[in-house]
Design a protein around this ligand. Structure first.
Ligand SMILES: Nc1ncnc2c1ncn2[C@@H]1O[C@H](COP(=O)(O)OP(=O)(O)OP(=O)(O)O)[C@@H](O)[C@H]1O
Length: 343
């Protein structure tokens, strides 16, 4: 749906060139929710604004739904932009217009007939749950409600793509959840492709299918969110994953093992097993238990979710002959579980 090829963006500041994007090659599939995460100044805003050419790339191509936007005339670009909605961190609503008029605005710009505008605005008000607020002004709404207006306005021209520029960064956690849920619903019901930028990994974990990590103007890692959580490749990705880790293994438990006499400790291995999906872990552990003369004891564990998939981490004590314990660990790994030996 969206392909960025060799995109570079330099800004000229006081006759000095600042490179915001170095060489971006990225493909975003139709219908997916793609998240781009990076620290402040990494180039996220520049990147997302290059997708609808609010920023003109210095070089490279931006292909959306088969059209290279960098090659279009001004008129054709305007038409192509109808296919790409955008929402912003600070909502960017018209303060002097009612909610109804804010949503109607892009339809009036597109010179749609009055009856069609009215029908569409009412449908969108209903979609975002603001029917009762149509005649209010933005200053009378909460942050979450303002973002709902932003979403309704962005959807007015039935775009195929929705760009979200830090759309939940100004909202409290509860409101963030409700906006993310709305975006996920819209993605499902309208089949809309969503691209979002954020510096918060929990946003990625909550709704994205795939994630790209941007660092100093380069995409350094891309993959399905679950895979990136399970096996982050780059240090920066590990740090982002760490941000949302609710896994806090009690240090005291490890200390207990370290205090054991050497011979006894040799019979106890402590490993951390990560698994994805409801059914992955139990049968595998059961089979391995049957096949090896060892015992498992669960010392600690958490289960969270990555989008709709359960993601679990357990710390196991494996007791038995050291050779057998090692084979059991190997066997768990061979069956696709991620196992890290802690002690
Ligand atoms: N309009 C501009 N003029 C000059 N330099 C800019 C402009 N916009 C961004 N930059 C520079 O480009 C680099 C990337 O900025 P960008 O805003 O894209 O990063 P970001 O990851 O979105 O950061 P933040 O999360 O703080 O918004 C930074 O060095 C920034 O100072």
């Amino acid at each position: 749906m969206i392909t960025l090829q060799n995109v570079r963006k330099d800004y000229l500041v006081d006759k000095k060139s600042i490179t915001a994007l170095k060489k971006i090659d990225l493909t975003i599939e139709r219908g997916e929710i793609f998240g781009i995460i990076g620290h402040s100044g990494a180039g996220k805003s520049t990147l997302i604004r290059c997708i609808n050419l609010l920023e003109q790339p210095t070089s490279g191509s931006v292909i959306v739904d088969g059209k290279d936007l960098t090659q279009l005339s001004q008129g054709d670009l305007q038409r192509a932009r109808h296919e790409i909605g955008m929402i912003f961190q600070h909502f960017n609503l018209l303060a002097s217009a009612t909610i109804y008029e804010n949503i109607a605005f892009p339809l009036r710009l597109a010179k749609r007939p009055a009856a069609a505008i009215d029908r569409k605005v009412r449908e969108l008000l209903d979609l975002v749950g603001l029917t009762d607020h149509a005649t209010k002004y933005p200053s009378q709404l909460s942050g979450g409600q303002k973002q709902r207006v932003g979403i309704a306005r962005a959807l007015a021209n039935d775009p195929k793509v929705l760009l979200c520029d830090e759309a939940t960064s100004a909202l409290d956690p509860m409101t963030t959840q409700s906006i993310l849920k709305l975006l996920a619903d819209i993605n499902k019901t309208l089949g809309l492709t969503i691209v979002l930028i954020t510096h918060e990994m929990h946003v990625i974990r909550e709704i994205c299918d795939r994630v790209g990590v941007i660092d100093e103007g380069e995409i350094v890692e891309v993959g399905p969110v679950a895979e990136v959580f399970l096996k982050p490749q780059q240090k920066i990705t590990q740090e982002f994953v760490e941000q949302v880790s609710d896994f806090d293994f009690p240090e005291e438990l490890l200390a207990q093992y370290l205090r054991m006499p050497e011979a006894e400790r040799a019979r106890h291995q402590v490993v951390q097993v990560s698994f994805l999906g409801d059914t992955t872990f139990q049968p595998v552990m059961f089979q391995v238990l049957q096949e090896h003369p060892v015992q498992f004891n669960i010392l600690h564990g958490t289960i969270s979710r990555i989008k709709d998939t359960p993601f679990g981490r357990l710390v196991l004590e494996i007791t038995g002959d050291p050779g057998a314990a090692q084979k059991a660990v190997q066997n768990l790994q061979e069956r696709g579980l991620q196992v890290e030996v802690l002690l």
